[in-house]
Design a protein around this ligand. Sequence first.
Ligand code: ADP
Ligand code: MG
Length: 565
Amino acid sequence: MPDAAGHLPFYYGSISRSDAEEYLKLGGMMDGLFLLRQCLRTLGGYVLSVVYNLHFHHYPVERQLNGTYAIAGGKTHCGPAELCEYYSKDADGLCCTLRRPCNRPQGVEIQAGVFDNMRDNMMREYVRQTWKLEGDALEQAIISQAPQVEKLIATTAHERMQWYHGNIAREEAERKLYSGAQPDGKYLMRERKESGTYALSVIYGKTVYHYRIDHDKSGKYSIPEGTKFDTLWQLVEYLKIKSDGMITVLKEACPNASSLTPAPPSLPKVRQLASSANSDGYTPEPFTEKSRILPMDTSVYESPYSDPEELKERKLFVNRDLLLIDEVELGSGNFGCVKKGVYKLKKRQIDVAVKMLKVQDEKTVKEEMMKEAEIMHQLDNPYIVRMIGVCQAECLMLVMEMAPGGPLNKFLSSKKDQVPVSNVVELMHQVSMGMKYLEGKNFVHRDLAARNVLLVNQHYAKISDFGLSKALAADDSYYKARAFGKWPLKWYAPESINYRKFSSRSDVWSYGITMWEAFSYGQKPYRKLKGTEVMSFIDRNERLPCPTDCPPEMYQLMLDCWIIK
Ligand code: ADP
Ligand code: MG
């Protein structure tokens, strides 16, 4: 992940507070002179250092998990650049407005932090090993879950540092520090057996001192009475600059011999796999980020057929004997109903949703369902509901992966208070990744809407309902419908309504409407208009209004989806 401030000329990277003050002095100390640096205490955060009245003011800028930035108590911004831009127009609680950037002097590069250099590789290794992913599934996991995974990794990065000695006794730590030269400030960190907490051992005046590291309820680390940090390596970096109550600052790491050998990276314990049998599928709220179930933790991130042994047995038509259908109805549609079920694979059982045809003998309906099945059979992406197979028995059935959270619009309208906007952004991002995949395969969905986005859990969405979908021929850029049908006009682009033309570009229009539904927490678009009236509304260059509390960037994205050309 590139540093979000990496392009800013007044960004210095990982420098100390006193270095920042030196640069500001060099810059002339006028009111409103400012620079940005990496926060040494929080993950992904920054500090804005500003001069006013010949004094220095330092404001921590925190990065939230959804990737937005804010100064405590202040407004939220989508990036550090936007945040600085905002405070250059309005002091809004700061000592003064930001007036002049204190740019890096010539020859001064952005100072990389300890973690910066190792982050990308660690992310990749972590995702690969924890979830055993490769190829596209690996790349998608990295892109979609970067902030969460980054946090997981950062909290265990100390295990890779040469000063970390793992679980050794106090006496062993002393022996290591006393062996060889004994300069003041030589240090190591160890895990304490009894409690699973950590300790820092430092030598000073030929004596070893041990400091317990506290871990508070919010997950922050500190030496007793000291400054608090998100991670252990940030604590160490800080204590190299400031003693923070210890007898000395940390100077020279006492290296752990085993950390220098290129042993396979010690990765954090493998996260528990969330059972698909978890009937309601929701993570209990409020959850801590550490216990949050990521899409990759669920059993539906990868296809059951990604296991070669299962794939060997795969057929389009599945055996009725392997399918158990429950009475529980998950939903219903034009064709019939969708029931809950269990399907027996070779090695395990999986929860499934079974779409059942109600009118048995009508040929066209059967053909339609088979078309839907053929489309789904070709798709395999974490953000798309997969088909397990078709089953012909008491009726024609489509057996699919189960998405127990149900349709997005219903979920959002019933759980409005429990779902922050950042959660909606996360889900819509996943939908966009599923749609991008679809475009890459040359498929058009033609019925993208919040009702057809199903949830695996509160943080995991999948696109479903391929009843209207079409595969485009290799050299076609659009599909032309022969005649009008029962169409969801309010979701359709003008060219689809006017000329019956459907393409990935018209899917983009529907994506915009779906976004609007999501950020409106399940409201119906153009409520006061009839389907046919929407056409003239759009022709008059009018568009749906910005939903309440919807971030302006998100509304802009919707408007971009509704550009005619
Ligand atoms: P239609 O073509 O009639 O719109 P859908 O495929 O959208 O049919 O399914 C109708 C309803 O059935 C959905 O709104 C949802 O409630 C339920 N459903 C469909 N597929 C699944 C699934 N894979 N997991 C859970 N519920 C599902
Ligand atoms: Mg539907």
